[in-house]
Design a protein. Structure first.
Length: 203
């Protein structure tokens, strides 16, 4: 008789995926950033429930990053925090999970990294005061944004995508995010990405 094992919660699933990605990347993050990434992954795909502020407002999660930045700059001061958080979270999620789709596009991963990094940096400057200062959290998110893009990319990556032989795309991924997995793939294919030389396999 077949038995059915209970599935872990979505939170537990993403905790394990983040841990696995960090291990592959040979890095670590603070507990606060780890929690933030897990929380981002559990809530962000449900776009209709993300960042809903007023019943009659648009689903701003789907807006272009430049328009989200416009909101952050020109909206009222009390709404600035929410707009910047939305901008940073949108950029991080989309750059991580849709990295391959952004390759060689007019608006590429660099744009998302710059926008997200700037948004979190602004949040760090805004959160130095208060009962629970969050400046360290947002400073880490900003300073390590490109690394975190790679972590999310590893969470959503399929093995087929990781081994598709597109060496130029893999090289760009390593250069932009410091991906350990991309570096390993390049070296396996005879390329030293740090020196941009071809490694002779018979050596």
């Amino acid at each position: 008789m077949n038995t059915v094992s209970p599935s872990p919660s979505l939170t537990e699933f993403f905790v394990s995926k983040i841990d696995e990605a960090l291990k592959i990347q040979k890095t670590s993050v603070s507990g606060e950033v780890h929690y933030y990434l897990v929380d981002l992954l559990t809530r962000f795909p449900a776009a209709q429930t993300c960042y809903v502020t007023q019943k009659n407002q648009k689903d701003t999660d789907k807006r272009a990053l430049a328009l989200q930045l416009y909101d952050a700059v020109f909206d009222t001061p009390e709404k600035k925090f929410g707009h910047l958080k939305m901008l940073g979270d949108s950029a991080l999620f989309k750059a991580g999970f849709f990295y391959d789709a952004l390759y060689n596009q007019p608006v590429g991963v660099d744009y998302y990294i710059n926008m997200g990094c700037g948004a979190y940096s602004s949040l760090a400057n805004m959160t130095t005061q208060g009962p629970v200062p969050l400046s360290d959290l947002y400073s880490e998110l900003s300073g390590r944004f490109a690394e975190l893009v790679e972590v999310l990319h590893l969470v959503g990556e399929s093995e087929v995508a990781a081994h598709d032989g597109d060496l130029l795309r893999i090289l760009e991924r390593y250069q932009k995010t410091g991906s350990q997995k991309a570096k390993d793939l390049l070296q396996t294919n005879g390329i030293d990405p740090d020196n941009l030389t071809v490694i002779r396999r018979d050596q």
